[in-house]
Design a protein around this ligand. Sequence first.
Ligand code: PLP
Length: 392
Amino acid sequence: MTIDVARVRAETRAAETVVHLNNAGSSLPPAIVMDTVHEQLRADEVFGPYEAQALAEPGLALAYESVAELVGGAADEVAFFGGATHAWQTGLYSLPWRRGDRILASQAEYGSNVYAFAYLKERFGVRTDYVPDDERGQIDVDALAESIDDKTRLVAVTHIPTYGGLVNPVAQVGAVARAAGVLFLLDACQSVGHMRLNVTEIGCDLLSGAGRKYLRGPRGTGFLWANPRALDQMRPAHADQHSQTWSDVTSFTPAAGARRLETFERSVALQLGLGAAARYALSLGTSAIEARVCALAAALRGMLAEIPGVTIQDRGERLSGIVTFTVEGFAAEEVRVALRENHINTWVVGRSMSMRDFAARGIDEVTRASVHYFNTEDELACAADVVRTLTA
Ligand SMILES: Cc1ncc(COP(=O)(O)O)c(C=O)c1O
């Protein structure tokens, strides 16, 4: 299966008005996603929001099924949240931590994950150690295996970091975690909708994702997938009478599956939009998406690398659709602005977003051009031309 580029561009309203290379920030949603959201908002207005939710129940059920299918899990193993951090932190904080427990994490962890590890240390005396990267810049799986001890309760890895093209070898990590009997929490915020994911093949127990990034869902959406092995150990950190039934004066009965991690209040419209985005990705095929995204990113790296003064900053054996680079003599923001003046959207990642990696490599900031399957080779050539003109 290959991507029909003309079709996906026709189904993306902004495709002809802007060159969007900020898909790791927030992608352009396909028309079906925003139409789904608008339709439900209109139903809220016409029928009353609770009544409109009742009418939308089959659509919501399908949204859980579609997100589950996207990661290779079951619908009752998925919980919806307002963003990826909320999903990831709910997973982390709901585990049964005891003083002295230990987490092993990747260097590529997102800043909010690092915050959560620091919080666990302060509140509960749970220590996090960061596994070194190997010489290619990805998590050193042998070092991970050697570091696991009888205090280690969790391995936490970010699949694709926010700051570069790296794809961590998560199936190898999963094999190590499984062999040691340790839970594995995967931050797939950047990889869902970007590449083919299968939780059984990866061997993770918990996986979090964002709606708005490569999945092309609406803003304000995220999800957590958790298998029964993880769920059985979890005590939901955020819960309410929707996810826990007040069954006795002093006791609560958790909802079945991952729904016990949610709370009642939600945007039905956005969650239906998330479901539509998942179905759209499934209809294109995640392997086809991955192949095109990675090929376009490789082409862009090639074009940029030919420009004098440009350095590609992506590290890793396997690279994603995220292209990061620096331009000698120019701040990353100057590069972003020059591209924006030409209707090309990119982003700047500074050291505060990637403290561990950038500090170790002596980098302060990069310009990030994150491509998606609806981009064209011509668009990438335009972006490279702007950078060439800037440096000339
Ligand atoms: C790797 C990674 N994890 C987590 C997040 C946080 O996602 P959210 O902003 O939806 O909480 C991001 C956002 O850029 C990210 O890149």
